[in-house]
Design a protein. Structure first.
Length: 133
């Protein structure tokens, strides 16, 4: 198996010019498509009407749990908020629960992304967790 899809949950907090937009976390969904052969990660996090898109790669980690994937256990890359070309961001995470010679059954990580529109910077920071579909 080269490609595995993961789906799960995410939580995030939105900031406007560095100040929390609300005092509670926004609940949402997370989805990842991981190609272990090409060592790529793509996905998205939906928080209310906001979309964080993820694009990255796999890296070798110290706690190698994916023997079939060449020990690629860490993921990291870029994150963009609402596909805004004026935005920046990143994500990172790991895979967990390898068993019976199968690829990791779950993935989890953190993300941040921001966009600036007309001198207003809106940022989201959060975490996600997902399991194999």
């Amino acid at each position: 198996v080269d490609t595995i899809e993961y789906s799960g949950v995410a939580q995030g907090l939105f900031l406007i010019n560095g100040v929390a937009e609300t005092q509670s976390l926004i609940q949402g969904t997370a989805s990842l498509v991981v190609n272990f052969k090409n060592e790529t990660v793509n996905g998205s996090i939906q928080l209310a009407s906001d979309l964080v898109e993820l694009s990255g790669s796999l890296k070798e980690g110290n706690n190698s749990i994916l023997e079939m994937s060449g020990n690629a256990s860490l993921m990291s890359g870029n994150a963009s908020l609402n596909n805004n070309s004026n935005g920046t961001g990143n994500f990172q995470g790991n895979f967990y629960d390898s068993k019976d010679g199968n690829f990791a059954q779950s993935a989890a990580g953190t993300f941040n992304a921001q966009e600036t529109v007309e001198d207003v910077t809106r940022e989201v920071i959060g975490a996600f967790g997902a399991t194999q579909d």
